[in-house]
Design a protein. Structure first.
Length: 208
């Protein structure tokens, strides 16, 4: 069975929507280790809705923090200290999709970056990046940071409007496989996401 970590080049790049599509496509369970910000739907609730998951396939977060800030700061405000040793991928039947928090170098504490925890897992990762202005810089920096830590990258998945040269440049200069691109969906619901994901991605690419 497959366990994949979904990471973003930045916050709000579309990785939660991508994670929902991937979870549904693989028939997987979903885990968000650290949730920062509890107002409105959490990422777990969004993925559950968009992927049509039963409660049993949405695993509880290790940390639920109130403020929509970097986890280290949100934890400080809540009077909590994140223990990186608690962030151990759970054992599940079947496949598992794990979604990161923010960008790859987001701090969990003032001494530990999320990328360092991911590196300890030794699991394959997918990097989700936008296609808009700034995408090349953010993607190449993220790729470099992950590879420096030995994180195995399956490829990059784009989210947004097609900008062919940006996508090509990231793939070529980052020496990384393009997995596909999830377009902006309106409406965004389980049906439109499932159809768009099936059209944009080959599920077999995530089982390598």
């Amino acid at each position: 069975m497959t366990t994949i970590v979904v990471l973003g080049t930045d916050t709000d790049v579309g990785k939660t929507v991508f994670a929902a599509g991937l979870t549904a496509a693989l028939g997987a369970s979903y885990w968000k280790p650290v949730q920062s910000g509890l107002e409105g739907d959490t990422d777990s609730q969004t993925v559950q809705r968009l992927a049509g998951l039963p409660d049993a396939r949405v695993l509880p977060e290790a940390y639920r923090l109130n403020s929509p800030l970097s986890p280290h700061r949100s934890a400080e405000i809540d009077g909590v200290e994140i223990d990186p040793d608690r962030l151990v991928p759970p054992q599940v039947e079947g496949s598992l999709v794990i979604e990161g928090a923010g960008g790859v170098l987001v701090p969990l504490t003032r001494k530990t970056l999320f990328a360092d925890v991911i590196a300890g897992w030794g699991l394959p990762a997918v990097l989700v990046g936008r296609t808009a202005l700034g995408a090349i810089n953010h993607a190449l920096l993220s790729i470099e940071a992950l590879r420096a830590r030995g994180v195995p990258l399956l490829g990059v998945a784009f989210a947004g409007e097609e900008i062919a040269d940006t996508q090509r440049t990231i793939a070529e200069m980052g020496k990384i496989r393009q997995l596909g691109r999830l377009p902006v969906l309106d409406p965004l619901d389980p049906q439109t996401l499932q159809a768009a994901f099936a059209d944009a991605f080959d599920t077999g690419e995530f089982r390598a």
